[in-house]
Write a protein that binds this ligand. Structure first.
Ligand code: AMP
Length: 144
């Protein structure tokens, strides 16, 4: 299964903020959308970073409530690992496991196509396992 199949089902919408937005604004976006991360885009639409709830927790631990007044760019991860729509779900799982993160933006030729979360990956992997076991069951029944 491919990343493009996840995007075909969930759509390509990605919640974004700007580098100069406040952390408080990013937290509002995450809370109101019930998501764990926002992508940070520059005015030209290029990916500048990613800010997840973990970054906010880390900043709160370091700076207290003042953390919410800081700019997103001060808290975000700048070195963002991305995937391609033609990557397999197994490849994205490997990226998440190795990098210890739960969100991967989907980018092709510099253009943002969507974002895959660990929740999406687990859902699709479960579906795949269900199909495989059903196919095996049919194979055994037909072969018996
Ligand atoms: P997460 O597990 O996605 O909440 O993120 C854990 C940490 O990894 C946070 O510091 C994020 O900023 C960072 N992070 C999340 N996604 C990515 C990604 N695709 N590439 C690089 N860092 C990421």
């Amino acid at each position: 299964m491919f990343v493009s199949e996840i995007l075909a089902s969930k759509g390509s919408a990605v919640m974004t903020v700007a580098p100069h937005d406040s952390a408080a604004h990013a937290v509002d976006v995450m809370a109101s959308r019930r998501i764990g991360a926002v992508l940070v885009l520059d005015v030209d639409g290029s990916v500048q970073g990613i800010l997840s709830e973990r970054d906010v927790v880390r900043a709160l631990s370091m700076h207290g409530a003042l953390a919410l007044t800081l700019r997103v760019e001060a808290l975000m991860t700048s070195d963002v690992i991305v995937c391609d729509p033609d990557d397999t779900i197994d490849q994205v799982m490997a990226l998440m496991t190795t990098g210890r993160f739960r969100h991967v933006p989907v980018v092709r030729r510099g253009e943002l196509r969507g974002l895959v979360s660990i929740g999406d990956v687990v859902k699709w992997r479960l579906e795949e396992v269900r199909h495989e076991s059903e196919a095996l069951r049919q194979y055994i029944v037909v072969g018996a």
